[in-house]
Design a protein around this ligand. Structure first.
Ligand code: ADP
Ligand code: MG
Ligand code: MG
Length: 248
């Protein structure tokens, strides 16, 4: 069973400290929600774990099954079993979804999947997410609607089968139908029990579909409160204002 451990993580962009001591442990089979207001540092946490060069780790540790993630390249992190779905995925002009996904699977496994096997997995994944078959031939993320981007992320999850999945604002920009399809995808994946999910979100609505085991409230670059799913209900009623004031 896999565990991602974030220990007293401090992260800066330029000379501005954004994360101020984050402690969090996510194990396979668990779903954790990080919830917090805009600007509280949620995406910074995702980028820092991903190894984005703009984000400087000033102290702390990130371990996956005891291995130092911060010493690894972005590719090595993915091979180690970490998956990150970004709030703003990049466009990859000239590379079809199908080729992009096959390259991603190849990179993570260290060898190319057999074409026929990959085609079958891709078709099954797309069917499960109600994605039109023509989607596989489009350029990756180019002109994708919000819903298409998020379905594409979940498709990546299904094909890459990571140990730990970090999903940043997977619910943003989704209408109710897309939100349901995407949530079902996350649940299907999560229910295998092989993966830990870290769901980063501003809104509580996705948590009606994807039930978290743990909820962490983020404000001012750190976790300021933790609880079970009931904490999401409290946030829905009361908002973040009291946390923002307390962290200022
Ligand atoms: P959230 O995802 O919770 O909305 P972010 O992590 O995006 O928060 O941002 C937290 C703070 O860090 C904000 O004040 C934001 O302006 C700053 N920040 C994040 N990324 C960058 C960046 N690449 N360059 C400059 N400032 C950044
Ligand atoms: Mg500290
Ligand atoms: Mg964000």
């Amino acid at each position: 069973m896999s565990t991602l451990e974030i220990r007293d993580l401090h992260v800066a962009v330029g000379d501005k400290e954004i994360l101020r001591g984050v402690n969090l442990t996510v194990s396979a089979g668990e779903t954790h929600a990080i919830m917090g207001p805009n600007g509280s540092g949620k995406s910074t946490l995702a980028y820092a774990i991903a190894g984005h060069p703009k984000y400087t780790i000033t102290s702390g540790a990130v371990l996956l099954d005891g291995e130092d993630m911060l010493a690894m390249s972005v590719d090595e992190r993915a091979r180690a079993g970490l998956f990150l779905a970004m709030q703003y995925p990049v466009e990859v002009p000239g590379v079809s979804v199908s080729n992009f996904l096959r390259s991603a699977v190849t990179a993570v496994r260290g060898e190319a999947p057999k074409l026929r096997e990959f085609a079958k997995d891709l078709k099954n994944g797309m069917d499960a997410l109600s994605i039109d078959p023509a989607f596989a031939q489009r350029n990756t993320n180019e002109g994708f609607s919000g819903g298409e981007k998020k379905r594409h992320e979940i498709l990546q999850l299904e094909l890459l089968k990571p140990k730990i999945a970090v999903l940043d604002e997977t619910d943003s920009g989704l209408d109710v139908d897309a939100l349901r399809v995407v949530s079902e995808g996350i649940n299907r994946f999560r229910d295998t029990g092989d993966t830990g999910v870290l769901l980063i979100t501003h809104y509580t609505r996705i948590l009606r579909y994807v039930k978290p085991d743990f909820v962490h409230v983020f404000a001012g670059g750190r976790i300021v409160e933790e609880g079970g799913p009931e904490l999401a209900d409290k946030l829905e009623d009361e908002g973040y204002e009291s946390y923002v004031k307390a962290s200022a």
